[in-house]
Design a protein around this ligand. Sequence first.
Ligand code: UFG
Length: 330
Amino acid sequence: MKALVTGGAGYIGSVTTELLLDSGHDVIVFDNLERGHRAAVDRRARFVKGDLRDRKKIAAVMAREKPDAVMHFAAYALVGESMDKPETYFGNNLVGGVNLAEAMLAAGVGKIVFSSTCATYGQPQRTPITEDEPQRPINPYGESKLLLEKALDWYRRIRGMQTVFLRYFNACGATKRFGEDHDPETHLIPIVLQAALGKRDRVTIFGEDYDTPDGTCLRDYIHIVDLAQAHILALTSAVSGAFNLGNGNGYSVKEVIETARQVTGHPIPAAAGPRRPGDPARLLAAADKARTELGWKPKHPDLRAIIESAWAWHRAHPDGYADKRPERNG
Ligand code: UFG
């Protein structure tokens, strides 16, 4: 199939593009390179530099390419930043997404696989979280994703668009070629590995007084290759709907740091700090629906294996994608 991948120069988009190409699909990457990296775009994909806030550009690309489906990753994804700059999040994530959907409708492209997030649930009432958990976001990032889910769902009902919402939990890990390179970095695993590389003095643990076994937050860390596989299954499936993507295993911040110490052989100094506003104590997925309806089987649930894959990538790319040209990816 021919897929147009928005945000294919970003972390999850780059790996999904790689796996789509490995599976024999044709891929066009559409990315503004504001936060993504040109070197993260698989050289077998065709690349178009563009921004979804430019309605004419995405409409023209859609009309020219007429893909079988769109995979929509392009978005801002920092919870804290969204609290400072809500306009930026609604302007890009929501308006850009609506522009994308309009371009699809105009060009007769009837299928979208959308990167949504567990942040649409806000503070969950129950864990593990099922897809019917009330969606009450507590930050503009989660709200911007939820509002686009809602708009797309109306296009499904009224226009017959096939819509798949993949609600990711904590994406992590790497392939040999593509990994996580954000600036600034806010995610736990890359921060811990930057400490192991000597690029940070220490890791700050954001709160040790949560109601969890060791007092630190529990998260559901899901390997990026398993996330990418879910997209590929969604691409070839006829279903519409929302699917949580996680393993259902909770690992604490301290467990992540300790596992990284074992993997890297580095002491990784860590010190307790205050809680980070907006962090729920536990975010764990019930992903039975993705298993049953999409046939999804995560193959890399082990935290140690996840961190090993990320560590291999970070050691090979200590400065991330800086100075890398696309042809030197492999
Ligand atoms: N953490 C630390 N120290 C750090 C960084 C993170 O203790 O330096 C902790 C956080 O407090 C949290 C855990 O490590 O308890 C994981 O934090 P991340 O920032 O890696 O991930 P989040 O769980 O905050 O974020 C994820 C997704 C977001 C999504 C959010 C929903 O990455 O896209 O869940 O709450 F919005």
